[in-house]
Write a protein that binds this ligand. Sequence first.
Ligand code: GLU
Length: 478
Amino acid sequence: MASSTGNGTGADRLVVTRFAPSPTGFLHIGNARTGLFSWLYARHHGGKALLRIEDTDKQRSTQEAIDVILDGLAWLGLDFDGETVFQSQRADRHAEVAYKLLEAGRAYKCFATPEELAQMREEQRAAKKPMRYDGRWRDRDPSDAPEGAPFTVRIKSETTGETVIDDAVQGTVKVRNEEIDDFILLRADGTPTYMLAVVVDDMDMGCTHIIRGDDHLNNAFRQLQVIKAMQGLEEGWEEPTYAHVPLIHGNDGAKLSKRHGALGVDAYRDELGILPETLFNYLLRLGWGHGDQEEFTREEAIEFFDLSGVNKGPSRFDMKKLLSMNGNYIRKADDRRLAEIAAARIGPSADVDLLTQAMPVLKTRARDMNELADGAAFLFKKRPLEMEEKAASLLDDDARTLLSQISIRLGSETDWTIEALEANLKAYAEELDLGLGKLAQPLRAALTGQTTSPGIFDVLVLLGREESLARIDAQANG
Ligand code: GLU
């Protein structure tokens, strides 16, 4: 069971982790990574991975914002255990804990008015002292306060000694208790503060491991004050193991901003065309390593993941690496699955069977699903083809004459295969003493309306004889 050092990971305790995102309108990739680590740690240890939505900010916590998180997690394949906990529904329980602490003398009522507190801070600022609540009601008799005056409930933090956390990522971290002020548990309107809500929920959910961003490390020292104070009052308030994971930085070392890729998981899927297995693997590798292995299956990730492999320093987000990894995953992915994703991007004209058939060719170059869908769009264009400007400019009179000759030659080709078509057009290029490229350029424009496409013989085969000849004839002089 838990020891008093803050490293309560008795081998006999079932591992319980939680991921506790706040609905902000998007599942930021930094958060998604913490969610992934929490989930993997629980799966690795055969424990439970719980999900809690910290929806106490009523304005931001719309159903839509909550769905964005749930969708993103489901897309990444992170299936959490049990019912999702909604923090906003637990305010009564949070208040109950505050009142237990109050009754036990581990918390107290503070009647300081907002004006008084502002003045206190002003004086501290002027004296260049650390700005924190000075404990003015800590030992004062509540009957000193005017009848019916509003009050907050504050924790009676320890004032001597130090609080030590044996963080599974950061190592041993200490804070002198005098630096931890008597922070508020319940506001004057009776609502719980974030600091209280988080720790009550963590304990009620039975969390043994708190894996989260290192921007919460300071909170851990405060949350531990509540845990210690509750230990004599209720069962089950055992110090969890903390693992504060360093934040993600941009590739230039600066704080991750939108420019570097600080986007929501949905933007990676929809705007950037990333596959879920790519993002899963990329986030896994961002700040965690296992030898020099770069790509992990889900099963391998579960088998190998441990907190000892999490780096202490911030990791750098590298969009180029993500895209190149995505290309590798696209090439490995099932053709029909890719066809379905691409079809959804192309729209109603797309035919999944044809896309599946074309996929071995299409997927050889694409780095993301947008590129893949763009590269496939020619298959579904209707005649007369809409021409990209560059493609249209290739189709001058000479090119159109050439196309009519090609049409005649290919029209009598009986073997519509890559090999036969290639032999046929190569022979023709030689006859004309032209490079094959000179032939392929107008042909590509006529067949696809574009100047880039899969290999020209692939295009001919994928379109089939009839459609290819019709597209060529539509551009030929004849
Ligand atoms: N809701 C917090 C956040 O999204 C996380 C709180 C925690 O993990 O303790 O940053």
